[in-house]
Design a protein around this ligand. Sequence first.
Ligand SMILES: [Fe+2]
Length: 253
Amino acid sequence: MLDSTKLNTDVFRSDSAYVKRDNNIADKIVEFLDQKMEYILNHRAIEHPFFNHYATHGLPAEQSQLLYLETRHYFKYLPYYICGIASLLDDDTDIENNVVRFIAFNAQDELGETKSHSDMYKEFMYKKGITPEQLKTYRPLPSTVALNEGIKNLYNTRPVARALGALYADETLSASLVSKYNEGLKKEGLSEQDRYFWTLHCEWEVGHSNAVFNIAEPYLQTEQDRKDFADGIDQYLQLMEQYWDGIQQLIKA
Ligand SMILES: [Fe+2]
């Protein structure tokens, strides 16, 4: 179980990672992806003052409910959007097949055999005292809707390199994100059992990020590819930063 709220590239390089990094990727590409990883993990999208405060202090019950209602709307449908990347592919070589393998693997993780992570998240919310009615009627902030819609757009629009850049930001950030949510929940006094959704994901997201790392190389061959990939990362991080700004405004009001 990861217990750090501040991850670095060593965690992703570990041989005990849920999905290990492929050692056959060209040094130049590894260097590029490592640099981007450091950039993602240190960005205000994850090192946000509100979120850091949450990880170290938690929140009073009612405010915490708001946070988790917003969070639900952030990642609602994400597995569906990730599947959208498949429609951007225009050949059926090993390169595209590896992207689709990633998508299938990721969707399998998120949806499980019979119980999806979305179902598990709902159960977690009920334990926090959020009612099914609240869940149904809650209207998220415009910045949260913009994040969700922005991700959908990034995963459904060419170039593929940009979609993969956004996905790399998504999965890398998620590893750190779930650790911080988990720390905040500990401060709020939730038992390990009630935090299961989060502890489970701490390890998984590192593996998901490595899985993107392992399929990205063919899409990072030219200067333009790398520019597009970086653009996907930046767009994702900007949306995420605005998501936190919005929640900070909502909760401090
Ligand atoms: Fe993931």
